[in-house]
Write a protein that binds this ligand. Structure first.
Ligand SMILES: Cc1ncc(C[n+]2csc(CCOP(=O)(O)OP(=O)(O)O)c2C)c(N)n1
Length: 558
C-alpha cells in the first residue's frame, strides 16, 4: 500500500539513481523492502517511482521467503532491499532455497564504503560476496557511478532472469542518505538479456536405446503447473514400457502415473526391486522428495540416466549418463517423433500394484484412530478445487504424497533446501502474487518458527492455514533412531504445549480447532466456506500414536 501519491523524486546519490533506472528498464518491478537507514537512498527512490510496487516487511528472513513466494508464482525476478549489517544475512535461508529451487531473486544490500569496513563502525560487516556459495552472480558495486557498475547491475539481472536463481548486488552509500532531487542525474546503460540458443542434439542414438528398452522410468520432481505439454503427458501415458513416477509437487497428473511412490515401493522385496529396476531413467523437474526412490535407484541403478534441465544435472543416483541441457518440452518435442511404443508389461504391472495398494490403504485408514495420517486423509479431498496448496516441510510434504490431490490444485513446497524456516512466508508471498486461493498445511514447529510470516499487510482474506499440531517435530518419531528419552523430547522433537491461537488472534486470523474425525469434517467445511478474513484451523493429533500409525501402514500394504 502506498501512502501518498507519487511525486517524481530521486535520491540525490547518483549510484542509487542508476540502480533505479536500470531496474525500471529491465522490468524489475516488485521490490520487497526491509527498514533501515543505509538503504534510504534506494528505499526513497523505489517508493517514489510509480514503475515499482514496493512491499514493506520488517523481518528480512521472512521478507526474503515472501519474495521467493512471489517469484515462485510469477517466475519473474523479485528484488529485495535491506540495510547493512546482519539484516543481509537473514536473507540467506531464502537465498539458498532460491538457488536450489531455481527461483529468480535479486538481493540488493546497502553497505558502507569499503574504507569504513572493519574499522569499528556500527552495523557493519563484510558484505561483499557474502552469498558466494549459492549465488549466480555477485555485483560488488563501487561508490561512484561508472560504466562498470552499470555493467554489473545489468549482468546480475540477466543472470537472475536467464538462469533462474538468486543474485546479490552490494551497494556502498556514504552519508547523507536521505537527500532527494527532482533531477535525474545519470544516463544509465541498459543491456537487455538475449535468450541463448539452446544446443540441439542428435537424438538418434538415444532413440535407438529407448526403442529397444522394455523398462523405462520417468521420475518427475518439482514442476510448475501446466509446464509440460499435454501431448507429452499423453505419450508417456500410452506407452506400456514407460512407468511415470511423480512427486506431489510435480503438478503432473494422469491415471497411469504413480503419484504415491513410497506406498508402491516401500513393501518391495529385493526380487521386486530387481524386477522393476529400469533400464533407462529419465528425470526432469526440481527436487525429488521420496528418500525411498533415491535408495531404490542408487542400489538398483539404471543403465542409462538422462536428466533434462537447461542448467543443472545432479547425479542423484550415481548413474547419470547424459545431461540434455534444454527445456523438457523442447526435448520431448524432438524426441517423441523418433520413438515408438514398445510392447512390455512394465507399466501394467505397476498399475496393478497401485490398485492393490490403494485397496489396502483404504482398509487400513478405515480402522486406524485419529492421527496425522487420518487428518491428511480427511483434509486433502476437501481442499477447494483450483486452489493452490503450499505444503511445509517435514511430515506434511510426506503425508501429502500418500493421498491423491485433485489435479486442479497446484502444489508447492520449499524443497530446495527442505528448510522449516520459511514455508509460511513463502505461502503468504505466493498467495499475494496469485489469483488462486492459497491453503498452507504446516506442522507446529514450522509454523512457530516462521510466525513472522503473518506480520505484514499482504495476506489475502481467503488465505487459509491448516496447522497440524502434534506437539513437536513429529518426523523425528518416524525416523530411525527414535527412543522415548528426555534427550529425544528436548533436542529432537522439541516438544511443547503451545498452540497457534494467540498468534492467530494477534494477526487477525479466524481461529478454529479440531481434534478428531467427527469435528474435523464440519470444521473443514466452515473453514473453507467463509472468506472474509484469513483463517487458521488447528488440528490436534496424538503425539504418541502418529508414528506407529504411519509405520504400521507400510507394513500392511503387502
Ligand atoms: C531451518 C531448519 N532447521 C531444522 C530443520 C530440521 N527439521 C526437519 S523437520 C523438523 C521438525 C518439524 O516439525 P513440524 O513442523 O512440527 O512438523 P512435523 O514433523 O511434526 O510434521 C526439523 C526441526 C530443518 N529442516 N530446517
Amino acid at each position: 500500500m502506498h501512502l501518498k501519491s507519487f511525486d517524481m523524486i530521486y535520491p540525490k546519490i547518483p549510484l542509487a539513481q542508476s540502480i533505479i533506472e536500470i531496474f525500471a528498464a529491465r522490468g524489475i518491478h516488485q521490490i520487497v523492502i526491509s527498514p533501515g537507514s543505509r538503504n534510504a537512498p534506494l528505499t526513497i527512490g523505489f517508493a517514489s517511482n510509480e514503475k515499482f510496487e514496493c512491499l514493506s516487511i520488517a523481518d528480512e528472513r521472512s521478507a526474503a521467503f515472501f519474495a521467493l513466494g512471489i517469484a515462485q508464482q510469477t517466475q519473474k525476478p523479485v528484488a529485495l532491499l535491506c540495510t547493512s549489517g546482519s539484516a543481509l544475512l537473514n536473507y540467506y535461508p531464502a537465498f539458498a532455497e532460491a538457488f536450489y529451487s531455481q527461483i529468480p531473486l535479486i538481493v540488493v544490500s546497502a553497505d558502507r564504503p569499503a574504507d569504513k569496513i572493519d574499522i569499528g563502525d556500527g552495523q557493519t560487516i563484510r558484505q561483499e560476496n557474502v552469498f558466494a556459495n549459492h549465488s549466480l552472480f555477485n555485483a560488488n558495486l563501487q561508490e561512484n557511478v561508472s560504466a562498470e557498475n552499470d555493467q554489473l547491475i545489468n549482468e546480475a539481472i540477466t543472470k537472475a532472469i536467464l538462469e533462474k536463481g538468486p543474485v546479490h548486488i552490494n551497494v556502498p552509500f556514504e552519508e547523507p542518505l536521505y537527500e532527494t532531487t527532482e533531477e535525474l542525474l545519470v544516463k544509465s546503460k541498459i543491456i537487455p538479456e538475449t535468450q541463448p540458443i539452446l544446443e540441439s542434439e542428435n537424438l538418434t542414438t538415444f532413440a535407438e536405446k529407448w526403442n529397444s528398452s522394455t523398462k523405462k522410468m520417468v521420475l518427475v520432481g518439482v514442476n510448475f503447473p501446466n509446464a509440460i505439454q499435454q501431448n507429452i503427458v499423453d505419450w508417456m501415458a500410452k506407452d506400456p514400457s514407460i512407468v511415470v513416477l511423480t512427486e506431489t509437487t510435480s503438478n503432473l497428473h494422469d491415471a497411469t502415473f504413480i503419484s504415491n511412490i513410497d506406498t508402491i515401493i516401500t513393501p518391495f522385496t529385493s526380487e521386486d526391486f530387481e524386477h522393476f529396476q529400469p533400464e533407462i531413467l529419465v528425470t526432469f523437474g526440481g527436487m525429488v522428495v521420496s528418500k525411498r526412490i533415491k535408495a531404490f535407484l542408487r542400489k538398483y541403478k539404471p543403465t542409462e540416466h538422462w536428466q533434462i534441465d537447461p542448467f543443472r544435472a545432479y547425479d542423484t543416483f550415481g548413474a547419470l549418463t547424459k545431461h540434455f541441457k534444454t527445456e523438457s518440452n523442447l526435448f520431448f518435442g524432438s524426441f517423441i517423433p523418433l520413438t515408438q511404443n514398445v510392447e512390455s508389461t512394465y507399466k501394467a504391472e505397476i498399475i496393478a500394484i497401485k490398485k492393490f495398494r490403494k485397496e489396502k490403504q483404504e482398509i487400513y485408514l478405515s480402522k486406524v484412530p485419529f492421527s496425522d495420517f487420518k487428518a491428511f486423509e480427511l483434509i486433502m479431498p476437501r481442499l477447494p478445487q483450483n486452489s493452490m496448496l503450499q505444503i511445509a516441510n517435514s511430515s506434511p510434504i510426506r503425508y501429502a504424497q500418500l493421498i491423491d490431490v485433485h489435479p486442479s490444485i497446484s502444489v508447492f513446497s520449499n524443497r530446495g533446501t527442505s528448510g522449516i524456516d520459511g514455508s509460511s512466508s513463502t505461502a503468504v508471498g505466493a498467495a499475494f502474487a496469485s489469483t488462486q486461493q492459497t491453503v498452507l498445511i504446516t506442522g507446529d514447529i514450522s509454523f512457530l518458527y516462521d510466525s513472522n510470516a503473518l506480520w505484514n499487510e499482504y495476506i489475502p482474506k481467503n488465505f487459509k492455514i491448516i496447522l497440524v499440531n502434534n506437539g513437536g517435530g513429529g518426523i523425528f518419531r518416524i525416523l530411525p533412531g527414535h527412543e522415548e528419552t528426555l534427550v529425544f523430547n528436548r533436542y529432537f522433537e522439541t516438544s511443547h504445549c503451545f498452540t497457534g491461537e494467540h498468534l492467530a488472534r494477534m494477526f487477525g486470523f479466524e481461529y478454529s480447532i479440531a481434534s478428531n474425525e467427527t469435528n474435523l469434517i464440519p470444521a473443514l467445511d466452515s473453514f473453507f466456506a467463509a472468506n472474509e478474513k484469513p483463517a487458521l484451523l488447528e488440528v490436534f493429533t496424538p503425539t504418541l500414536l502418529n508414528d506407529g500409525i504411519l509405520l504400521q501402514f507400510f507394513k500392511e500394504l503387502k
